[in-house]
Design a protein around this ligand. Sequence first.
Ligand SMILES: NC(=O)c1ccc[n+]([C@@H]2O[C@H](COP(=O)([O-])OP(=O)(O)OC[C@H]3O[C@@H](n4cnc5c(N)ncnc54)[C@H](OP(=O)(O)O)[C@@H]3O)[C@@H](O)[C@H]2O)c1
Length: 331
Amino acid sequence: MHIGADNRYEQMSYARCGRSGLMLPRISLGLWQNFGLEKTLEEQKEIIFQAFDHGITHFDLANNYGNPAPGLAEENFGKILHNELSSYRDELVISTKAGFDMWPGPYGNWGSRKYLTASLDQSLKRMGLNYVDIFYHHRPDPETPLEETMGALSDMVRRGKALYVGISNYQEPETRRAAEILKANGTPCLIHQPRYNMFERWVEDGLLDTLEEAGVGCIAYSPLAQGALTDRYLKGIPEGSRASRQGTTVQGRYLTEEKLEKVRRLNEIAQSRGQSLAQMALLWVLRKSQVTSVLVGASSAAQLKNSMDSLKGAAFTQDELDTIEEILQQR
Ligand SMILES: NC(=O)c1ccc[n+]([C@@H]2O[C@H](COP(=O)([O-])OP(=O)(O)OC[C@H]3O[C@@H](n4cnc5c(N)ncnc54)[C@H](OP(=O)(O)O)[C@@H]3O)[C@@H](O)[C@H]2O)c1
């Protein structure tokens, strides 16, 4: 059994998630990558202990996480939890999701009640849990009535399989409707999980305001643009990096010459602030009052420590924000 560091809660700050009773750490850990076969169980443990010992209480999963086999991240996390952290269950906020392709046939994908109900049961089994803290619908389903999908989420709470529910990758209008339905069901939407980083800012065009109005929290995923907004790719693609692995999207999405030029300039600003670029990029996302937490990934404990240390950084001056804006807007 792992013994958590005594001072773990002094090292992290926490924010209220929307208008709920739940506090989340400003930095949370996601297990999308590096928790399948990319890393040994020992390496995975190191990252999770690093998180827990520094006050990260929130661990984010999904039914389909785990390379090469969807579900493997939940299985591995379940093993670590059971063997090392089981006495700390009440100190943890564990989330999972369903919404992407998971098993063959018409009931293993999207947003039907049939799929969501079976998927959460499978996730609980893989992780060895009686309930998850947050259950998300992973992406909007254009075919299934929103009332059915939200009704299924609400029923997971009523059945005690999830404490709270959330949505991910929903655009602004569908977020507004989903929040209304969940509220009418008596199971308010706790949280929205959108992609948000210096390169991808669609949430600024209305979603963040809607979340604030509806009292829904926001956890920003891929705040480092999968590693592109760090010093990782300043000298090419290192072996072992995400971009070096087959089937990942970081290279096509972010490693263009135009973006890399911005990364070099942003890196200079970070250096002048005495921070790593990763730290500056995380603080930049957290500058928005509606953002409850940034959801980072990490391939090592040292990397995660570097990211967590972002919270020690100084607030941005207006000049710094203007210069960052100018770099980001430059074509
Ligand atoms: N809801 C959704 O649809 C959705 C989609 C994607 C992700 N997510 C969630 O968001 C989580 C985070 O996503 P992400 O992994 O893309 O986030 P990210 O934090 O943008 O990228 C993480 C990657 O950046 C690099 N990195 C991290 N910290 C670093 C540091 N301090 N210095 C240098 N490089 C650093 C590492 O790359 P290397 O591995 O190359 O070292 C790491 O794997 C996922 O695990 C998942 O929980 C949700």
